[in-house]
Design a protein around this ligand. Structure first.
Ligand SMILES: C[S@@+](CC[C@H](N)C(=O)[O-])C[C@H]1O[C@@H](n2cnc3c(N)ncnc32)[C@H](O)[C@@H]1O
Length: 297
């Protein structure tokens, strides 16, 4: 069971997809891929087998059905099966295709030849870490990066809190940032981020990634940062916000995602309390992201 994965397949109404992602992420799923399924969507999520027992999966199915009932949708069809490492990789290969995000990025699975494009291509091997670009919260953060680091931008140090696969770190580096310091509490994430940076031909010293959270980042960064990217659920972001100042230059920007729309006002209040101005709040489905700037005082 050590090297196997649960593949959880959920067939649901397309308007339920956002809420579903949230529930799957909270359950601990490391990655998701979705495809059309007639008029519905088929969402597949992957979780190391050691992290869940059959009873946990039954509870998840019940939560998903309750979520659907509360939102007045038909109950989703939820199934799961154990797959080994090889099948897991094959599943990704089947369902995960190159994806354009925003005006500037193209996310391309490592095993495919990137298509001809004038977009910035982020090549990714999902490994076991979260972050393939298919999730709306990742896309919102990528669009935030696109706004802060426009074509021709060069320089700056960025902090990536909850780096997962390193997708946001790599986006910053390909957009001209000089250096990224990244942390993630998931022990598998830093290595995934570093190997994905290498896959994109980025010099190893441009991305320093370590296990931990903001307290590790405070030790890691030699000087305050020009930007912060952070795509984690609202409860965690609320704990992190009071510590942002310890790593931020005056006028530091932030692309903060992972927030369900009904938590937006809590986040906004906390940001303002700690000296951050909300420049824009972007929404996709039930998710939103904050583009913020530190007040200069
Ligand atoms: C939604 S994923 C984001 C991954 C990637 N940055 C992206 O945008 O796709 C959130 C990541 O944050 C990590 N995480 C959760 N709580 C954390 C914390 N307190 N400090 C640092 N990382 C955390 C998780 O392990 C996970 O990899």
């Amino acid at each position: 069971m050590g090297n196997s994965w649960w593949e959880i397949e959920v067939i649901c109404d397309r308007d339920l997809e956002d809420a579903l992602y949230w529930r799957l992420e909270r359950f601990g799923c490391r990655g998701t891929a979705s495809t059309d399924w007639g008029m519905d969507r088929a969402v597949r999520a992957y979780l190391p087998a050691v992290q869940a027992q059959l009873l946990d999966l039954s509870a998840l199915a019940l939560w998903l059905q309750q979520d659907a009932a509360m939102m007045e949708f038909e109950p989703p069809d939820v199934r799961w099966r154990l797959i080994d490492d090889e099948d897991w990789a094959r599943s990704w290969q089947k369902y995960w295709q190159p994806l354009e995000v925003g005006d500037r990025f193209l996310i391309c699975p490592a095993w495919l030849t990137p298509p001809e494009t004038d977009r910035l291509t982020i090549r990714l091997d999902p490994g076991a870490a979260f972050g393939t670009g298919t999730h709306p919260t990742t896309q919102l953060c990528l669009e935030g990066i696109e706004m802060r680091l426009p074509p021709g931008h060069s320089g700056g140090t960025i902090a990536d809190i909850g780096c997962g696969s390193g997708i946001l770190s790599i986006a910053c580096l390909l957009s001209g940032a000089t250096q990224v310091y990244a942390v993630d509490t998931d022990p598998l994430a830093p290595a995934a981020a570093i190997s994905n940076a290498a896959l994109n031909d980025l010099a190893p010293d441009r991305l320093i990634a370590e296990q931990g959270s903001i307290e590790r980042l405070i030790q890691l960064v030699p000087e305050e940062c020009d930007g912060i990217v952070c795509n984690i659920i609202a409860e965690t972001v609320l704990e992190l916000i009071p510590h942002f100042n310890a790593i931020a230059k005056p006028r530091c920007w932030g692309a903060i995602g992972g927030i369900l729309i009904d938590r937006a006002s809590d986040i906004s209040v906390a940001l303002q309390k700690h000296g951050w101005q909300v420049g824009a709040l972007w929404r996709r489905g039930n998710w939103c992201s904050f583009n913020i700037r530190h007040r200069q005082d």
